[in-house]
Design a protein around this ligand. Structure first.
Ligand code: MIC
Ligand code: SF4
Length: 663
């Protein structure tokens, strides 16, 4: 069979099912990554599942999202994570060492392997040929326990790159262009596999900018072949021996093909407040800019910051504009410092943040009211920066640096003409990476160097709520009717005032959907539950399972949506909430406050594979809603969620794949 790279890797790891698009497959997971705000739940679930040791080849716990430790609860979370990593056998990356995707890429990501991570940008190392997928924390816990990861076999789309990027156009502009063309739903159910002669013109850090932001397209993953550029980069980070040649078989059968002529790419920008609201930079030129931020897991590598540094060398950031560099890893900071670029940037008026997610989720550097912030990040969902009605634009480091110099959005090509001596900084691979990362890094603790004795839980770390099997009835008041593209940032925001409750579901639940309607949590509590109604692409964005866990805790029994984002839908099954799809005309006919009751015996219908459910509205009319679920998902849902299901499997000696420790 003529396989794509995705099929080759999946075939090598397949433990269940067939590689037919739309069919559910189970795969073996080689590597696992988790971070501080999803990781606490992962380990609490690992504990609740009675696991005693990590079973994957490698697991890595990063502390990256809330590294400022504003509250002892954050620090307690980090201490708990260190103790869990040591107890169960994972690498631990200290707070401040960098963002999981960047640090994992530098230290552990390897071509041909599978990686599962409790963060939606896990596909980042696809740029070096690893098949990496983001998932909810419970799926990570099960995979770490040796269970297979189940996912719908995606369609593999060939993104054929031709030509070469012209001056001032960058990898970021390629992915922004794709987002503009395909939208935030364009990649749903797909793996984007990059091929063609344009591939060799891009180095690994450029490729990983593209695979990182494939997540914004809704893609299951994105992947590049491996070649001399991959070998070159692996050698820079001291891991050349991990190179594996990967290319599609001749005549590989792709589901679809998109051709991108790199020579047509120009500097692009995503306007507020969706990553697909993309236009050429020139269209918004002249917009005054208050804040510029370069960094994040998309453009936080040394190689991403270097072009901005070169552009600012000997120049000044405009007086009315603030510029902050937020490196993706401490390694990137260290290299900038060693090469003298930190001093150049500082002399230009740039300030530095530690290597953290921080500002990307509204922790630090929150924009002023009515101000414009230009960021090299991947998401600009409304309010994510920490202030409602924000104006966040997404762009390349080159466009960001040009705006810092000009104090307004400007096409760098025009700025170059105006200034006369500003040259395209181009792309240059770093050559001062520390050797032997992972083993020798002072900020990574190896599994065998554990410094804790057992799990250390602070007072804010609560038990994982487990619900009962779903019964015969489900339904209730439509407590909220929402529009299209509701993100998990809407459902459970990640800002600093809330993030410290990620290990405390009862407390965190008090913020559920409060950004859509601040009365929601109280109304849900008073009504002892109910249902939610939404338009297309419900739950897009982050992988945070709290967006299902908290509604479950508040008693939400079902979500009726026109369509669901992949990870969130899996999380709903994992926490026993019934996800049903409805047509547009039915969505239009439902009002907030309507009473929606599933007429069928829900528990039996779910188990029996029923696809159509009859729903009675206010006791007087009916509509049909659809359930699209695999047999396994139905079993999980019927059991009341994955924790109960895995426990049942264990008690009944079933085949969940995860291997709990002997009692
Ligand atoms: C994000 O970019 O939204 C996050 C914060 O990294 C999330 C993870 C989380 O909510 O902790 C993600 O992308 O999955
Ligand atoms: Fe962190 Fe932002 Fe990347 Fe999420 S998208 S991992 S918050 S830098």
């Amino acid at each position: 069979m003529n396989q794509t790279i995705t099929e080759q890797i999946l075939d090598d790891h397949l433990v269940d099912g067939e590689l037919e698009p739309g069919e559910e497959i189970g795969i073996d997971v080689d590597q696992v990554l988790t971070q501080d705000t999803t990781g606490t739940m992962v380990w609490l679930q690992f504990e609740a599942l009675d696991m005693d040791e990590v079973q994957t080849e490698l697991a890595a716990q990063y502390c990256d999202h809330q590294t400022y430790q504003f509250d002892f609860k954050n620090t307690d979370d980090h201490r708990f994570l260190r103790s869990a990593a040591g107890t169960y056998g994972a690498f631990f990356s200290r707070p401040g060492n960098g963002i999981c995707h960047q640090v994992h890429k530098e230290n552990f990501a390897a071509p041909g392997k599978t990686l599962l991570g409790s963060d939606s940008h896990t596909p980042t190392p696809g740029g070096l040929g690893e098949l990496a997928i983001g998932a909810g924390g419970l799926d990570i816990a099960v995979a770490m326990g040796g269970g297979a990861y189940y996912v719908e076999m995606p369609e593999v789309v060939n993104v054929r790159l031709e030509g070469e990027l012209p001056s001032w156009a960058t990898a970021k502009d390629i992915i922004l262009q794709l987002l503009g063309d395909l939208s935030v739903k364009g990649g749903v159910g797909k793996v984007l596999e990059y091929t063609g002669p344009g591939v060799e013109t891009l180095s690994v850090p450029e490729r990983t900018t593209i695979t990182n932001m494939g997540t914004e397209l809704g893609a299951t993953s994105s992947i590049f072949p491996t070649d001399d550029r991959t070998r070159e980069w692996l050698s820079e980070v001291g891991r050349e021996d991990e190179f594996v040649a990967l290319s599609p078989d001749e005549g590989a059968d792709y589901h679809d093909e998109i051709v991108v002529d790199l020579s047509d790419i120009e500097p692009m920008i995503a306007k507020p407040s969706m990553p697909d609201n993309v236009v050429p930079v020139g269209e918004v030129a002249g917009t005054e800019v208050d804040q510029v931020m370069v960094g994040s897991c998309t453009n936080g590598a040394y190689e991403d910051i270097l072009p901005a540094a070169k552009m600012l060398e000997g120049r000044r950031v405009k007086r009315q504009t603030e510029m902050i560099v937020a490196p993706g890893s401490k390694q990137a900071s260290e290299m900038l410092a060693r090469e003298g670029w930190t001093a150049e940037l500082m002399a230009a008026g740039v300030n530095f943040s530690e290597a953290t997610c921080g500002a990307c989720i509204g922790i630090g550097h929150v924009p002023a009211s009515d101000s414009v912030s230009l960021r090299t990040f991947n998401r600009n969902f409304e309010g994510r920066s920490g202030i409602e009605d924000d104006s966040v634009y997404l762009c390349s480091p080159e466009v960001a640096a040009a705006a810092a110099i000009a104090g307004e959005i400007v096409d760098p090509r025009d700025l170059a003409t105006e200034l006369g001596d500003l040259e395209d900084p181009g792309f240059e691979l770093g050559d001062s990476y520390s050797d032997g990362m992972g083993q020798e890094d002072p900020d990574i603790i190896n599994p065998d160097q554990s410094i804790d004795d057992g799990l250390i839980k602070g007072p804010n770390i609560a038990d994982v709520p487990i619900r009962d099997a779903i019964g015969s009835e489900a339904g209730g008041e439509a407590l909220l009717r929402m529009g299209d593209n509701i993100t998990t940032d809407h459902i459970i925001p990640a800002t600093s005032d809330i993030l410290m409750y990620r290990s405390n579901v009862p407390k965190l639940s008090e913020y559920t959907l409060s950004r859509v309607d601040e009365t929601f949590p109280e109304r849900a509590q008073e009504a002892s539950g109910g249902v939610l109604v939404a338009g297309e692409n419900y739950g897009q964005g982050s992988s945070r399972e709290h967006a299902a866990l908290c509604p479950m805790y508040l008693g939400i029994q079902a979500v009726f949506a026109q369509s669901f984002a992949r990870i969130h839908k899996a999380n709903l099954f994992n926490f026993g909430i019934v996800p049903l799809t409805i047509d547009a005309d039915i969505y239009d006919s439902i009002q907030q406050g309507d009473d929606l009751r599933i007429v069928d015996d829900v528990g039996k219908a779910v188990e029996n594979g029923q696809e159509e459910f009859t729903v009675r509205v206010n006791g007087n009319r009916e509509f049909t809603a659809q359930m699209d679920a695999s047999e396994r998902e139905r079993e999980i849902l019927a059991a009341g969620g994955k924790l109960s299901w895995v426990k049942q499997q264990h008690d009944g000696d079933g085949a969940s794949g995860a291997t709990p420790a002997d009692d």
